[in-house]
Design a protein around this ligand. Structure first.
Ligand SMILES: [Zn+2]
Length: 88
């Protein structure tokens, strides 16, 4: 069994490796059922924050590093198919 097949948990010692949000969604949801909401949503710097590093600079840095526009992914998907419904 590969590490990926074991959801990035070591089959010998059960260490949980860090995975990104996309890998987590793929592991958790039924294949091809995820529909992302607001994929083009962008963070706003309404305070024009200036710390040790300006917020706008940090945003740009992490957007490039992650390839994501924001830190949040939201959407809908299925887990083990549609819910069972009671018989009429
Ligand atoms: Zn291990």
């Amino acid at each position: 069994m590969t590490l990926g097949e074991n959801l990035h948990v070591c089959p010998k010692c059960e260490y949980h490796f860090t995975i990104d949000a996309s890998a987590r969604l793929n592991a958790f949801l039924d294949p091809d059922t995820f529909e992302e909401f607001d994929a083009d949503l962008q963070p706003a710097d309404v305070l024009n924050f200036q710390g040790p590093k300006a917020y706008a600079q940090s945003l740009e840095k992490y957007q490039k590093l992650t390839g994501m526009p924001d830190a949040v992914i939201s959407g809908t998907g299925q887990v083990r198919g549609p819910p069972d419904r009671p018989s009429p």
